[in-house]
Every structure is written in C-alpha cells, then in structure tokens.
Write a protein that binds this ligand. Structure first.
Ligand code: DMJ
Length: 673
C-alpha cells in the first residue's frame, strides 16, 4: 500500500480557496515550492516529462507559426501596395505610359603574385591575335533613332484586358529562402492555386466589349521606340536613386549592393549602345572611367561577375572600339583568376578581388555545374584579346574535366561538382533549369565562338539534347504543351523553371548552324509553352516556375505553386523570341514579345523611375512589388526586346556574334584561326 503522502498521480487543483487567499508574491512562491516538495518523485517526474513534451511540441509547431507570421507580413506588404496605389503608384494602364525625354583603375599589382594560379602552358594552341586593339574589327555606331510612331496597339491591349476574367487567388503567399542567380528558390511548396487561364476564358459581357474593338495594324518602328522609352524610364530611376550602385530599389527609391561594382551600369552599357542611347551611354562611360575600381576588398561570385561584368566590358569594347572597356575587362579578369586555384582546378564560387583569395560557399566545398561551365566564352575571349593564355587554359581545363566526368545521364549533368575531388556530387535533380541551364547553352555557343572546330563541345551538346528528349521531355494532357521536366530520384517532376525558356532560342541557334532540323521543331514547341507561361497568367507575366498537368481529367495545363508566383523581370523568354523571330520571321513571336513588354509596363513599372520584380503574377490587383530591379532587366530583357522588334538583321548579326548568357555579344572567331 502507498502511504497517504505518496500519490502516484498528479492532482491539479485550479483556483481553490487557499490560492485565492494569497496576496503576496513571496508567499505564493514559497507555497508553490512547498507544494512541489510535497509531491512524490513520480509526480514530479510526470510533471517534468509533461513540460518537456509541451516544449518539444512547441518546437515542432514553429514552422507553421512562422508561416502565419509570414502571412501577416505579406498582408502588411499588401497594405503597402494599396497605400502605394493611393499615392498614385497603381499599375499603369496601357496607353498611359509616361513619355520620358532623353536627357582607372589602379592596376592589378595589389594582388600578390603568389596567390595567382600558375600560368599554364597552353595545351591548346593559342588563338591568333585579334585585329589591332585600337581599331577593333566590329566597331559600329549606335543605330539611328527612329521617329516615334503611334501607340495604338497599347489601346488594343486595353480591349484585350477587358476580356480577362480575374479570379481571386486563394493560395498562400510565397515562401522563399535561397537566392539563386537573382531567383528565390522555394523552401517548400504549398497548395495549388485555382485560377482562370489568361486570355482563354472570359465572361460574355467581356467578350461583347472586346468585339467592339477594331484591330489596328502596328508598325515595328513603334515597338522599337517603346523599348527605348522603357529603357530610359528604368535608367531614370537608376540614375536618380542608385547611380554607381549595383541595383535599383525603385519603390524605396534607394539602391541595393551585391558586389559594390555598379553592376546595373556595367550590365547596361552595351544595351545603351545597341539602343542608340548616346547621352546615357556617354554618362555611363564617364563613370566607368572616373569611378569604377576593382581594387576593393570585396567577395564576388565568379560566375555572376564573369557574365555580367567581364562579359559586359568585353562586348562594349567590341561594339565601341574604346580601349577603356578592354582595360577594365583585363583588370577584372585577372582579379578573378584566384578562383581556379583549387585542388581539382574546378573553380570556387567566390573570389575576393582585392585580396586575391577565393573560397567556396561556407556550407559546402561544391560549386554549381552551370557556374563553372558558363564562364568560358568570356575568359577565352579575354585570352584572345590579351594574347595571354592563362584565362583560356583555366576555363578549358574545367571543360575538359566535365567532358570526361562520369555521372552524367545521356549527356545530362548533375547540379553540383566538388572543388576538391573534381567529381559530380550526387544531389539535386537533372534539370535544364537553375544550376545546370547555361552548361548546355555554353556547349553550343563555345562551339560557335570557335568557328565550329571543337567537336567535343558539339558532341556533348548533341548528346545532351538527345538526353533531354529521352528523359525530360513531356506534354501536358489537356493542351499538348511540350515542356522540359526535372528528373529526381528516377521520377519525373513536371515542373519547369522560367530559366529553361533559354532553350528554344539555343535550339533554334543550333538548327540555324546546321544541327538537326528536329531541334527547330522542338524549339517551336517549347517557345509556345514559354509563351503560354505568360499568356495564361492574370498579369500576362510568367511565374518563376510552372507546374504542368499530365492528367487528362483537369482542363488546365499550367499551375503555379504559391512559392513560385514571382517574376524577376527575367529575359529567357524574350531572348528565345528574338532568336525565333530572326530565324523564322514569323511575326507572332514579335507579338508575343510585345504583349510581354506591355505587361511589364502595366504591372512592374514604378512611376518615379525603374521597374520592379513582383511577388504574384496571378494577382493583377496586387502583384506585390518586391522593390528590386535586377541588372539583367537592362542587360538582357530590354536588349532582346529591342533586337526582336528591330528590322535591322545586321544589328548584332547571329552569324558574327554569339551572346553570352547575360546577353553580351562576343565575336565569333574567324575560321582561319
Ligand atoms: C542572368 O543572370 C543570366 O541570364 C543567367 O544565365 C541566368 N539568370 C539571369 C537571368 O535570368
């Protein structure tokens, strides 16, 4: 029998008379302690166990709590947007786009030579010296500005807008965690959304209203000028609030810094030249001459600074013949070289361009496959211009290793490669999207850059496209849209990043250069899908990631998860539209590009200057601006739109130039090399 004092059960008595009679805290504490001491050991253990259990439950339920908190902050963002609306920052109706009228680097000696990678003797013969540097071969002046035409097709778009049935979006707000090349990759994906396909369903009243509209023929010249106007508007914001900084934050009217190197300005240099914006170009050039210095204690990402800065400077040098840009290109190129000083010679992701040190990300010794294999066009060109083989050797060593590596599947590469072992890391999916995309692009483009002589590059490219067809290509059931899915643990995930929309253009470029005609067929199909990723959204803007429907029991082809509804002003679709139009002259590609430009103007344009990425392409009432204009909007998106609408086929001829993955044109080497 148990003694009366010893109770093997817990008795909780709430609000008894005794406890009510306590008036002072000290007594209450003493009494609690006495009561605790009176409990049996088993009772105390049980209470402690209960408390521990509750604590663990609390920890486990933390994510859902944070989700609610995030919901609250998203609502706050929504309210901000409403407030902005009240201040006149509503999306601009088509046709009401305001018209804005135009208006040395310390040497590299401060990197100690011992930290530089050894100069490799060229295993590949060096390319012949390019034509004299003071007189570059391809110098051409900016194209003459066209006279402004009418804007009647904006009015047509107004009518089309009336046809849209705008559904309420009941999904959760986006959850994002990892920044990837400007994209935010989702931490987890939530419930699917119910929405109406853009341009596919309309109410009867909407259709009647639209029937009153008369089609208006629009001349190409109007569209070219609309791109110039959009660039000037973006530039106005950059100039006013972010001059010399990396990125414009157009809503808070300030700037964001990534490397602290004037990223937007450098990325936009050749765009200004191509668009014929002489005054803007002259101002930017002045900044490069007087302010730009790479002698800075700053960590930069090797890939991003290569494609944006080195690529931008090299292409501007080629277009203008101005050696200022070549000098700057040499400086940054040399400062990036410590990245290759790794056990495997597969470069690290980050370099300190002031100290001459490099390192992988803090959490891994892996590098991203797309990053280490998409710097070759730029470094090879730098070697050609400088007649210094070290750049070409370093990047071609990477190409050679990746070419030989085991672990590919029908030419498709994993996402990560280890900088110690030089082997692929077995994690992640097989994808043509983030972390692998430009590996495929640069196989073809290096082959073109080198005048189609490096057959291993071509073989790898052709094998990879066959690998795509065999492993990743699917069609939706309802609408027969062709897409490139992702292969994860042997299972196909029917999702495609917007990043994959570079592929139609690359396939078309290959077909134009004699690769199999069925590459062009595939390009046409994928181009249609990328177009639908815009057309089926309520804002007319694509989400970052689309999910495709393989079931025949549901009428919708494309779904968007809540975490994927953002649009970062990315270029890939308009890039491919440019290639498709150049090679087919089918005007529908121009029309699709025009729709996209108008949607950017309607939902992402900030009246005080600049364009902003948005969080929700499914909500035209509240697209939820993110307050950031990525440098690639000026470097790529507007450049490709301009080239799409321009009738001048010789303006960056695709038989003379190859675009790097940041839309910076580099010359195709003469075949006599
Ligand atoms: C750009 O920096 C480049 O196009 C890169 O290849 C992919 N990401 C962005 C644009 O989306």
């Amino acid at each position: 029998m148990y003694s009366p004092q010893r109770k093997d059960f817990v008795s909780l008595t709430l609000g008894d008379q005794h406890s009510r009679s306590y008036t002072n805290g000290k007594h209450r504490r003493q009494s609690c302690w006495r009561k605790w001491k009176q409990l049996s050991r088993l009772q105390r253990s049980l209470i402690l166990f209960l408390l521990a259990f509750l604590f663990i439950c609390g920890i486990l339920s933390y994510p859902s709590l944070t989700e609610q908190w995030r919901g609250l902050s998203d609502r706050a963002l929504k309210e901000d947007w409403v407030e902005m609306d009240n201040r006149g920052l509503r999306p601009i109706p088509p046709g009401l786009v305001p018209k804005i009228l135009p208006g040395v680097v310390p040497g590299v000696q401060d990197i100690p030579p011992e930290v530089m990678p050894e100069i490799q003797r060229p295993s590949i013969p060096l390319l012949p010296k390019p034509p004299a540097m003071r007189k570059p071969p391809s110098k051409r002046g900016p194209p003459v500005l066209q006279k402004r035409g009418n804007v009647s097709d904006w009015q047509v778009k107004d009518g089309e807008e009336a046809m849209l049935k705008r559904d309420e979006d009941g999904g959760k707000e986006a959850k994002t965690v990892i920044s990837w090349r400007g994209a935010m990759i989702e931490a987890e994906q939530g419930t699917e959304l119910q929405s109406t396909a853009h341009g596919k369903e309309g109410t009867v009243a909407d259709a009647e209203e639209a029937a009153n509209l008369k089609p208006v023929t629009v001349k190409a010249v109007d569209r070219v000028e609309a791109v110039q106007e959009a660039f000037r508007h973006a530039w106005k914001g950059y100039k006013a609030f972010a001059w010399g900084h990396d990125e414009l934050k157009p809503i808070s009217k300030t700037h964001g810094e990534w490397f602290g190197l004037g990223l937007t300005l450098i990325d936009a240099l050749d765009t200004m030249w191509i668009l014929g914006l002489k005054d803007e170009f002259a101002e930017a050039r002045k900044w490069v001459e007087t302010e730009l210095s790479f002698s800075k204690n700053v960590d930069v990402n090797l890939f991003e600074s290569t494609i944006r800065i080195l690529g931008g400077l090299l292409s501007t040098y080629h277009l203008t013949g101005d050696t200022l840009f070549l000098d700057k290109a040499k400086d940054i190129g040399f400062r990036l070289m410590p990245a290759f000083k790794t056990p495997s010679k597969i470069p690290y992701s980050d370099v300190n361009i002031g100290k001459g040190t490099a390192h992988p990300p803090r959490w891994t010794t892996d590098s991203t496959v797309a990053e280490v294999t998409s710097i070759q066009l730029e470094f090879r060109e730098l070697s050609r211009l400088t007649q210094d083989p070290q750049y070409q050797n370093a990047v071609e060593e990477v190409t050679r290793q990746v070419h030989r590596l085991e672990g590919k599947r029908d030419g498709l590469v994993p996402m990560f490669i280890n900088t110690n072992s030089g082997k692929f890391t077995r994690r992640g999916a097989l994808t043509l999207g983030a972390r692998a995309d430009s590996y495929y692009e640069y196989l073809l483009k290096q082959w073109l850059q080198g005048s189609k002589k490096e057959t291993e590059l071509l073989e790898d490219y052709l094998q990879a496209i066959e690998g795509v067809k065999k492993n990743l290509l699917r069609q939706t059931s309802p609408g027969k849209l062709t897409f490139v899915g992702e292969l994860s643990n042997g299972r196909l995930n029917p999702k495609m990043d917007h990043l994959v929309c570079f592929l139609p253009g690359t396939l078309a470029l290959g077909a134009h250069n004699g690769l199999p005609a069925d590459h062009m067929d595939l390009a046409v199909q994928l181009m249609e899908t990328c177009h639908q990723m815009y057309a089926q959204m309520e804002t007319g803007l694509s989400p970052e990631i689309a999910h495709f429907n393989l079931q025949s029991n549901n009428g919708r082809d494309i779904d968007v998860k809540p975490a994927d509804r953002h649009n970062l002003l990315r270029p890939e679709t308009v890039e491919s539209l440019f290639y498709m139009y150049r090679f087919t002259k089918d005007s529908k590609y121009r029309d699709w590009g025009w729709d996209i430009l108008q949607s950017f103007n309607k939902y992402t344009r900030v009246p005080s200057g600049g364009y902003t990425s948005i969080s929700n392409v499914r909500d035209p009432e509240n697209p939820a601006p993110r307050d950031k204009m990525e440098s690639f909007f000026l470097g790529e998106t507007l450049k490709y739109l301009f080239l799409l609408f321009s009738d001048d086929n010789e303006l960056i001829s695709l038989d003379k130039y190859v675009f790097n993955t940041e839309a910076h044109p580099l010359p195709i080497w003469p075949s006599t090399s």
